[in-house]
Design a protein around this ligand. Structure first.
Ligand code: PEP
Length: 247
């Protein structure tokens, strides 16, 4: 059985003082029998998160990594560097990076490969825009995005975590209904099954305005194995409520 994962994506938020308070409150309120939990923090705070989360049962995550191994790539951060800070997960292909940094399916697939080679589990984000959904292209879009990751990563695909994040639901307060999300997750599950005999161990998270109120219904779906949480991960009480709904 797949263990649920709740991963917080702080995006470009935080400060040394605020992080200490937030991590302290999340650690203090963690339910005894909890699911896997990770916090994907901005890179400058990795050392702080590593120190504060040591022994807490909460893993450290990054929000991106370079598709290159090392060298003349100013501003980039390699998978090996992240690993030195105890990073267990790295988000790749978040829609904000696909949209604002023009990341292609191929680049996202390479990032997943770099992460896996360094012993980091990539949380690979895929999802359709509102225009694509309204044009009836949801399945085609997510299948194309996932196909690139399968193509590049071959049998290692069973080591990734996938996150279905409809772009129209991210940070908007509009959540996919549990049925809408489950429908896409089931499509993704069969695509993974066709690519790997170990597909049933791949966690597929839902992300997009998941909160303390809607988490239980979403997480109750058979193919929803956790959540990638943006806004609600910045408030300890909300994040803890989602963890409780998953535990
Ligand atoms: C995200 O950034 O991955 C996300 C799901 O954000 P939010 O929960 O704020 O919609």
């Amino acid at each position: 059985m797949r263990r649920k994962l709740i991963a917080g994506n702080w995006k470009m938020n935080g400060s040394l003082v605020a992080n200490q308070d937030l991590i302290g409150a999340v650690g203090a309120g963690l339910p005894v029998a909890h699911c896997a939990v990770a916090l994907c923090v901005p890179s400058p705070y990795l050392a702080q998160a590593q120190a504060l989360l040591a022994g807490s049962g909460i893993d450290v995550g990054a929000q991106d990594l370079s598709c290159h191994e090392s060298g003349a790539f100013t501003g980039e951060i390699s998978a090996a560097m992240l690993r030195e800070f105890g990073v267990r997960y790295a988000i790749v292909g978040h829609s904000e990076r696909r949209q604002f940094h023009r990341e292609s399916d191929a680049e996202v697939a390479q990032k997943a490969q770099r992460a896996l080679a360094a012993g980091i589990t990539p949380i690979v984000c895929i999802g359709e825009t509102l225009a694509e959904r309204e044009a009836g292209q949801t399945e085609a879009v997510v299948k194309r995005q996932l196909a690139a990751v399968i193509h590049t990563n071959g049998h290692c695909i069973s080591e990734i975590v996938l996150a279905y994040e409809p772009v129209w639901a991210i940070g908007t307060g509009k959540t996919a209904s549990p049925q809408q999300a489950q429908q896409v997750h089931a499509v993704l599950r069969s695509q993974l099954a066709a690519a790997s005999e170990h597909a049933d161990r791949i966690g597929i998270l839902y992300g997009g305005s998941m909160n303390a109120v809607n988490a239980a219904n979403l997480l109750g779906q058979p193919d929803i194995d956790g959540g990638l949480i943006g806004g609600a991960s910045l408030k300890a009480a909300d994040f803890l409520a989602i963890i409780s709904a998953a535990a």
